[in-house]
Design a protein around this ligand. Structure first.
Ligand code: NDP
Length: 326
């Protein structure tokens, strides 16, 4: 038996419990991993609380991120004791995930840590840090460089937001942070934001085109915010959209795209190739400010995963929570 979170649905009613799970019930996989750390992403919080339709099969162990040690492997790429980690691939949605002591996984989903990052640091970053880097890579591919003008980061006090600010600032970009938590101004400035704006400025229906305010943006909020972010992006600028904390809708007009040549990039982290993942994680290992990692993240034990999910929706989690397991 091993300890873990199990989400079930009986007669249309979802339940969640921290419980003992029989190893015999683990799904098929090439590699069995003793999980040392996981984390609570926005998607994990949706799954644990049942607020969003994240889980596709029941029962399900949630947790889209995990890091730990190989116990057994039928794939020669891994041997017992190897350090491995995983982000996404539908784990925690369609395949049992990381919020448990044991996981049985496909070898093709697992990566070895990039040089210079520990398993704990990788889970402090998690899908949030990796997605922030994917968004930055999209803006760079577009041609944006430090000096081109400020980059706006929405959802700034969250996981994706915090790492976006930190990485952009380290790379030399000027960063504007949009937040609903103005009391976190000192924290956001310590991550590297030079200007803080109230998210209320962007949250309501706006004009098709606004004043040109930023050269680019990383948006984890969606809804009216994303529409307003695009409307105030400078000529030939770019926006990387990765989230829906405000909403799944996109109530925008084509004006920013056809009158200002703005480009909107969609960022998915779940099914990226391992080649792209390695590039992103190597870049993270290079740009990460290790001291800021301690500012952005803190630990909680596995038993507190559900409470952490509830705290996330209550706006009571700043940055990231590392779930300690091993
Ligand atoms: P967090 O909960 O850590 O951060 C979200 C932030 O959004 C909050 O901290 C808050 O920031 C802001 N926010 C919350 N509710 C609202 C609201 N109603 N209106 C406006 N802003 C709001 O989540 P993550 O950083 O883990 O994820 C952010 C988003 O990105 C989520 O929607 C998530 O699903 C998505 N995501 C997508 C990925 C992909 O592959 N595309 C990968 C990872 C995440 P503040 O208090 O500063 O305003």
């Amino acid at each position: 038996m091993f300890k873990g979170w199990l989400i079930d649905k009986i007669d249309g009613k979802q339940s969640v419990a921290f419980t003992d799970i029989d190893e015999a019930n683990l799904p098929e996989g090439d590699v069995r991993v003793r999980v040392a750390y996981s984390t609570i992403n926005y998607k994990d919080a949706l799954a644990l609380t049942g607020k969003g339709p994240v889980v596709r099969h029941f029962p399900m162990v949630p947790g889209v991120d995990l890091a730990g040690h190989v116990e057994t492997s039928s794939d020669p790429a891994f041997k017992p004791g190897d350090e491995v980690f995983l982000n996404g691939w539908g784990v925690g949605e369609t395949h049992w995930g990381g919020l448990a002591e044991l996981a049985s996984l496909k070898a093709a989903w697992l990566l070895k840590p990039p040089t210079g990052l520990s398993l704990r640091q990788i889970m402090a970053l998690g899908t949030a840090g990796y997605t922030a880097m994917l968004a930055i890579m999209a803006l760079e591919k577009h041609g944006l460089k430090p000096g081109d003008g400020p980059i706006l980061v929405t959802g700034a006090s969250g996981g994706v937001g915090g790492f976006s600010i930190s990485f952009l600032a380290t790379l030399g970009f000027q960063v504007i942070a949009s937040t609903g938590r103005l009391q976190e101004t000192d924290y956001l400035k310590s991550l590297g934001a030079s200007e803080i704006i109230d998210r209320a400025e962007l949250a309501s229906p706006g004009k098709p085109l606004g004043r040109e305010r930023w050269a680019g943006a990383i948006d984890s909020v969606g809804g009216h915010t994303l529409a307003n972010v695009c409307a105030s992006t400078r000529y030939e600028g770019a926006v990387a959209a990765c989230g829906l904390a405000q909403g799944m809708d996109f109530p925008a007009t084509v004006a920013p795209f056809i009158l200002r040549g703005v480009t909107l990039y969609g960022i998915d982290s779940v099914y990226r190739t391992n080649e792209t993942r390695r590039v992103a994680w190597d870049r993270i290992a290079n740009v990460l400010n290790r001291q800021q990692l301690d500012l952005i993240s803190h630990e909680r034990p596995l038993a507190q995963a559900l409470q952490t999910a509830e705290d996330l929706f209550a706006g009571a989690v700043r940055g990231r929570v590392i779930i300690t397991i091993g």
